[in-house]
Design a protein around this ligand. Structure first.
Ligand code: SIN
Length: 286
């Protein structure tokens, strides 16, 4: 298969991420879209600006990367599009929230409470506040490579305990003390390596998170959580982080196998935000 040479690529941060210019995801041909996918795998994140996809366009585009993943809280999905999750502070005509508000605040990797966490996350900005609500991406390969060899040797092979129940009971926003039984049954605790290998080329990345982390195997829960928090603090130093300032029409996608991300707050008493979030299924970390 021939892969298009993309018109213009600009790194989001030296060695990480790529802004792709001159591609309309609704109308691009197959070779160009193959090039977009290849750029994503090579750079860990991609940004395409000035897009105006409909929900079916978003579904087609995400399908280029793999199979779209489901969402745990289906009540926040776009009616008729169960794979499109809404992040918003808007409410409908009855005053009911149309999606999840402040859902991704705190450094994390998506679906870390699943045996097969999502490979990629895509956000499409429908409406953005003029200030705040930036999304931050941390390059966890660069962070891993920056650790001294002896520290890497200590960390490689450690296993992290993740728990959806713990996450829902302790998160700052959208806390759920007593989740429904069916959701608890569908989301049992899982264990993932602290250092992950990228299946595309074998590069290694720190794979910590916050929220879902209950401990590290072989350590007390307090010590384990403290170790993971330390590594999150390290991986999210400014040197490793790209800050995205949103404009309506932006499509930002990142590879959860080698990044951490967080949303940031905004003045929700003055502004509205509306984002569509889609996930691509992933595989078991190793
Ligand atoms: C997320 O973590 O899924 C969303 C991040 C954001 O809203 O900026």
């Amino acid at each position: 298969m021939t892969t298009a040479v993309l018109p213009k690529i600009r790194e989001l941060k030296p060695g990480f991420g790529a802004e792709i210019e001159g591609v309309d995801i609704r109308t691009a041909d197959d070779a160009t879209l193959d090039g977009v996918v290849a750029t994503f795998h090579r750079h860990g994140a991609i940004l395409l600006r000035d897009q105006s996809p409909t929900p079916p366009d978003l579904m087609r585009f995400i399908g280029r990367f793999g199979e779209a993943e489901d969402h745990t809280l289906v009540e926040n999905t776009l009616p008729g599009f169960p794979k499109i999750y809404i992040l918003s502070n808007r409410v409908d005509e009855n005053g009911k929230p149309i999606g999840a508000h402040n859902d991704g605040i705190g450094w994390h990797t998506d679906y870390s409470y699943k045996a097969e966490p999502v490979m990629a996350t895509m956000l499409y900005a429908v409406e953005t506040p003029p200030e705040g609500a930036d999304t931050l991406l941390a390059d966890c390969c660069k962070a891993w490579n920056a650790l001294p060899p002896e520290r890497r040797a200590e960390l490689d092979g450690k296993i992290v305990h993740h728990s959806w129940r713990h996450f829902m009971a302790t998160r700052e926003y959208n806390r759920m003390e007593d989740p429904p039984e069916d959701l608890l049954r569908d989301n049992p605790d899982v264990f993932h390596p602290l250092v992950r290998t990228h299946p595309a080329d074998g590069r290694k990345a720190l794979f910590p998170s916050t929220g879902t982390v209950k401990g590290v195997v072989g350590m007390s829960d307090e010590e384990g959580v403290a170790l993971v928090e330390d590594l999150v603090a390290f991986a999210t130093r400014e040197a490793f982080v790209f800050r995205h300032k949103w404009r309506a029409g932006d499509v930002l996608m990142w590879d959860n196998r080698c990044t951490l991300h967080t949303g940031t707050l905004y003045d929700d008493t003055r502004y509205f935000r509306l984002m569509h979030r889609l996930w691509v299924k992933g595989d078991k970390p190793y």
